[in-house]
Design a protein around this ligand. Structure first.
Ligand code: SAM
Length: 229
């Protein structure tokens, strides 16, 4: 499916007006954001808004994150061409596709089977071969291929899941939103030997991370969640 000239133009504008004009400086991240067709990861009805400065619904009460937040998290994780990066919360598959343009391999875990299947299909259609999508509870990470040079969590956690901290390589970077149901702080944790160092980056509003080391389904289902992503 070829993209239209208008879609390509909107994507270039998105990179200039939403990313370059803010604090996205990493040339590799800007190039990846300029290359991955976000419109392919949203519902057909939302395609006219695919390059807007906003999250969009993807069904199952989940969202594809705002392009700026995807770029910011990608910049913070500093994926290098030789790295394997773990993503928790595949959703549409868009963040995984952006990471796949920068890293050797991306493993992405999604708890909703329908979203995992849909993301697999879109990535295959786009010929993106270095992403593996796994169904399950990502709060436990994916021990089989740990440790990871980078971990990105794209749902809001009540606290740093210990399994993810333990699966971070020495020098590795873990980027995740941590906080309450009303809002979170985007944090970057970096491992230096036995120590992990935390930086607080910016306030954000993500859908809940539901699982063993996240929120319970019950708590997440309560009224009052902002489904921002
Ligand atoms: N990265 C996604 C994208 O590019 O479209 C956006 C992710 S959306 C904001 C959050 C996703 O996290 C949802 O698809 C949700 O089902 C998933 N999620 C929540 N808790 C999870 C868990 N414990 N393990 C795996 N996925 C989880």
């Amino acid at each position: 499916m070829e993209e239209t000239e208008a879609q390509a133009l909107e994507r270039r504008r998105m990179v200039d007006s939403q990313l370059r004009s803010r604090d996205i400086m990493d040339r590799r991240v800007l190039a990846a954001m300029g290359q991955v067709p976000r419109h392919r990861f949203v519902r057909p009805v939302d395609q006219p808004q695919a390059y807007a400065d906003a999250p969009l619904p993807i069904g199952h009460r989940q969202t594809i994150s705002q392009p700026y937040i995807v770029a910011l998290m990608t910049q913070l994780v500093e994926a290098r061409p030789e790295d394997t990066v773990l993503e928790i919360g595949t959703g549409s598959g868009y963040q995984a596709a952006v990471l796949a343009a920068l890293a050797r391999r991306v493993i992405s875990v999604e708890r909703i089977p329908e979203l995992a299947a849909q993301a697999r299909r879109i990535l295959a259609e786009l010929g993106i071969m270095n992403v593996e999508i796994i169904e399950g509870d990502g709060t436990r990470g994916h021990a089989a291929e740990a440790p990871y040079a980078g971990i990105v969590v794209t749902a809001g956690a009540p606290r740093l899941p210990v399994a993810l901290r333990d699966q971070l390589a020495d020098g590795g970077r873990l980027v995740l939103p941590v906080g309450s149901r009303d809002g979170q702080m985007l944090e970057r944790w970096t491992r230096r030997g036995g120590e992990v160092h935390r930086e607080r980056i910016a306030p954000v509003a993500f859908v809940p991370l539901i699982g063993d080391q996240g929120w319970s389904e019950e708590a997440a289902g309560r009224e009052g969640w902002s489904f921002g992503g």
